[in-house]
Design a protein around this ligand. Structure first.
Ligand code: PLP
Length: 332
C-alpha cells in the first residue's frame, strides 16, 4: 500500500489525536477505551468525510471540474463537508437532499448541517424518500453539463474506492500512533453507514497485516446487506491499491442491533450514549451515526463482549453539528 501514488488535496487537520477515555473506561469497568478523534478533522466542524474528500476532490481537480455534486439525507454531514471542501478549492457545489425521515421541524430542515451548506455557498434541492438518489444526482449533473459546466459527481457518503483511500490512510495513521505509544490495539469500533469508512479501514489494516479486528455498528441497513456493501467497496479499494484479494468476506463484520427506529431516528440507547460521552468525557456524539456507534460500544462492554484487559479504539466519525438539527430529541 503506497498512498502517495494517489492524487490528494489537503483539507483536514491530520494526524487526528488518539486519546484515552479514562472516565468512560472507569464507569464501564471493562476494557480500556481509546478514541480516534476523526471528529476533529478541522474542515467545517470536522468529521470522517474530510479524509475521503481529500482523494475525491483531488480526482475532481485532476478532471478539471467546475462543480461537484453530491447527495445525502437532509442532515448529511457528508454534504456539509463536501460544500466546505468545494468552497476551499473554489469550486461550485450542488447538493441533493433526500427527505429520508419526514421530520418537519425547522431545526431539522434548516439548522445544523443545512445551515452550514448555505454558509459555504452550496446550492441545494430536495427529493422525497425512496428514490435512487445517485441516479437523481446524475440527472442533475447532466443539466449542469448542458449549461457548459464540467460536473463531477460524488456518491452518497463519498463511499467509492477513491473515497475509501482516505480510511486506508487512517488505518495507517492509527497503526503508527499505536506503535509510537507502545499500546497494542485489540479491537476497533465505529459507526458504519454508506460503507466507505469501514471498507477503507479494513483494506488499510489488511494491507499492513495489522491483525486487528474491526466492528462496524450499523445505522441503517440490516447486517447482511451492510456487510455486503462494505465488502464490495473494500474489494474495489484493495484492487485500486494493488493489493487485490487481501480482503475476505469474514473480515467484514457489522452489528446492526443499534439502529433503533431507523436511519436518522435516534434510539433511546443513542440518546443515552450521547449523554454518557458528553457528561463523562466532554465529547459530543451525534444522533444519526456516532451516537449509535457509541451505543453499540457501551452495550457490548456491558454484555462483556469486550472485556477488561483489552484495549478498544472507538473511531469518532464526527457529526455533532447535527445535534442542532435534533432539538426535539433533546427536549425534556
Ligand atoms: C457518514 C458518517 C458515518 C458513516 O461513515 P460511512 O463511510 O458512510 O460508512 C459515521 N459517522 C458520521 C458522523 C458520518 O457522517
Amino acid at each position: 500500500m503506497h498512498l502517495a501514488r494517489f492524487p490528494r488535496v489537503r483539507l483536514g487537520h491530520m494526524n487526528t489525536p488518539l486519546e484515552l477515555l479514562p472516565r468512560l473506561t472507569e464507569a464501564l469497568d471493562g476494557p480500556e477505551i481509546w478514541i480516534k478523534r476523526d471528529d476533529c478533522t478541522g474542515l467545517s466542524t470536522g468529521g470522517n468525510k474530510t479524509r475521503k474528500l481529500e482523494f475525491l476532490m483531488a480526482d475532481a481537480l485532476a478532471k478539471n471540474a467546475d462543480i461537484v455534486l453530491t447527495q445525502g439525507a437532509t442532515q448529511s454531514n457528508h454534504a456539509r463537508q463536501t460544500a466546505a471542501a468545494a468552497a476551499k478549492l473554489g469550486l461550485k457545489c450542488h447538493i441533493l437532499l433526500e427527505d429520508r425521515t419526514g421530520m418537519t421541524d425547522i431545526s431539522y430542515k434548516e439548522n445544523g448541517n443545512v445551515l452550514l451548506n448555505n454558509l459555504h455557498g452550496a446550492s441545494m434541492e430536495h427529493r422525497g424518500p425512496g428514490l435512487d438518489m445517485n441516479a437523481e444526482m446524475e440527472d442533475a449533473a447532466e443539466n449542469f453539463r448542458k449549461e457548459g459546466l464540467n460536473a463531477y459527481t460524488i456518491p452518497g457518503g463519498g463511499s467509492n474506492s477513491i473515497g475509501a483511500l482516505g480510511y486506508a490512510n487512517c488505518a495507517q495513521e492509527l497503526i503508527v500512533q499505536s506503535t509510537e505509544m507502545g499500546h497494542a490495539i485489540d479491537h476497533i469500533v465505529h459507526a458504519t453507514g454508506s460503507a466507505g469508512t469501514q471498507a477503507g479501514l479494513i483494506v488499510g489494516l489488511k494491507a499492513l497485516n495489522a491483525q486487528i479486528p474491526l466492528l462496524g455498528i450499523g445505522v441503517r441497513a440490516q447486517k447482511e446487506k451492510q456487510e455486503e456493501n462494505v465488502y464490495n467497496v473494500a474489494v474495489e479499494t484493495a484492487k485500486k491499491l494493488g493489493c487485490d484479494g487481501i480482503v475476505n468476506r469474514q473480515d467484514v463484520v457489522a452489528n446492526c442491533d443499534y439502529v433503533g427506529p431507523g436511519y436518522g431516528f435516534p434510539a433511546q440507547s443513542t440518546l443515552e450514549a450521547i449523554d454518557i460521552f458528553a457528561r463523562l468525557e466532554g465529547i459530543l456524539l451525534d444522533p444519526v451515526y456516532s451516537g449509535k456507534g457509541g451505543a453499540g460500544l457501551i452495550d457490548l462492554i456491558r454484555k462483556k463482549h469486550f472485556k477488561r484487559g483489552q484495549r478498544i479504539v472507538f473511531v469518532h466519525t464526527g457529526g455533532a453539528i447535527a445535534l442542532a438539527g435534533y432539538l426535539n430529541s433533546f427536549r425534556s
